[in-house]
Write a protein that binds this ligand. Structure first.
Ligand code: SAM
Length: 273
């Protein structure tokens, strides 16, 4: 299928990048095809794309055979996306709106879906936390393939005892696998952002038994809220937590960033009981 170059689409529809909407577009079709390949074979699969913009990543997903539902806030992009829908009949549904306000269950019913997105940083992090939270597991999504600032991507995949390790790492790793799939140079975007980017790929893993997600979130929040303090101090506000450390043989003089994800899970399990 021959589609017009993305730069031409943008010029024809007058899509100057809006800073307020965090718009940094990708035009390199080879790079876009590689990103669309990260979740694996998408032929016939349902994909949620958040923030398609002029549709560069969208066309790569459609080329891969996905059935894409795309949520875009900027209505200026809709005519360009409609043209793309015409080129791939029956494969693209575009929804105008704020992805933070649209529950995916309304879009997919019970069908599992993969999420692929190149989003502004703040929106991406808020959606990411939402997709990883909640008591119900496994989630309805099969994988998350998301562009972040490199520094945020490193926080998501960080291991204990590194400076980047914190709440995001525990949230992303306690019942999922999170990998840094690809670094993307700032020059790949138009306009180029100030910092480097990277794509994180997350797939659900087994939920550890006997652990409430809410309790785990409470413990990590308290522990990393005062990350320089010893656990016996930072966990004081969580009833039973300091006693649980002793019961588990975890030295209360340690600091949050030295605890593995498994140790956080053990503490949360002791408190869930
Ligand atoms: N996916 C395109 C690409 O890779 O070239 C555009 C990426 S641009 C970084 C982010 C896109 O997300 C923009 O088109 C912007 O309008 C859209 N966007 C920003 N906030 C949004 C939100 N809350 N809900 C849906 N789309 C949003």
């Amino acid at each position: 299928m021959s589609l017009p170059p993305l730069r031409e689409v943008i010029a024809r529809h007058g899509l100057s990048a809006s800073k307020a909407l965090g718009q940094n577009f990708l035009f390199d079709e080879q790079l876009l095809d590689r990103i669309a390949g990260i979740p694996g074979d998408l032929q016939g699969r349902a994909v949620l794309e958040v923030g398609p913009g002029p549709g560069g990543l969208t066309r790569a997903l459609l080329r891969a055979g996905a059935r894409v539902t795309a949520i875009e806030m900027d209505r200026r992009c809709l005519p360009a996306l409609a043209e793309l829908g015409d080129a791939f009949p029956g494969q693209l549904t575009v929804i105008e709106g704020d992805a933070l306000k649209i529950p995916p269950a309304e879009l997919f019913g019970d069908e599992p879906y993969d999420v692929v997105a190149n989003l502004p940083y703040n929106v991406g992090t808020a959606l990411f936390v939402g997709w990883l939270s909640g008591e119900s597991w496994p989630p309805q999504w099969r994988s998350l393939t998301l562009m972040f600032q490199l520094e945020v991507a490193e926080r998501i995949v960080a291991k204990e005892a590194s400076g980047a390790y914190g709440r995001l790492a525990v949230l992303a790793q306690w019942r999922s696998e999170a990998k840094l799939a690809m670094k993307v140079h700032r020059s790949a975007f138009t306009p180029p952002p100030k910092v480097m980017s990277a794509i994180v790929h997350v797939t659900p893993a087994a939920m550890p038994e006997g652990v409430s997600a809410r309790v785990l979130e409470r413990v990590t929040e308290a522990a990393f809220g005062q990350r320089r303090k010893m656990l016996r101090q930072s966990l004081k506000g969580v009833p039973g937590a300091v006693e649980a450390l002793e019961e588990l043989g975890i030295d209360p003089q340690r600091r949050a960033e030295t605890l593995s994800v498994g140790e956080f899970v053990s503490i949360a399990r002791a408190l869930t009981r």
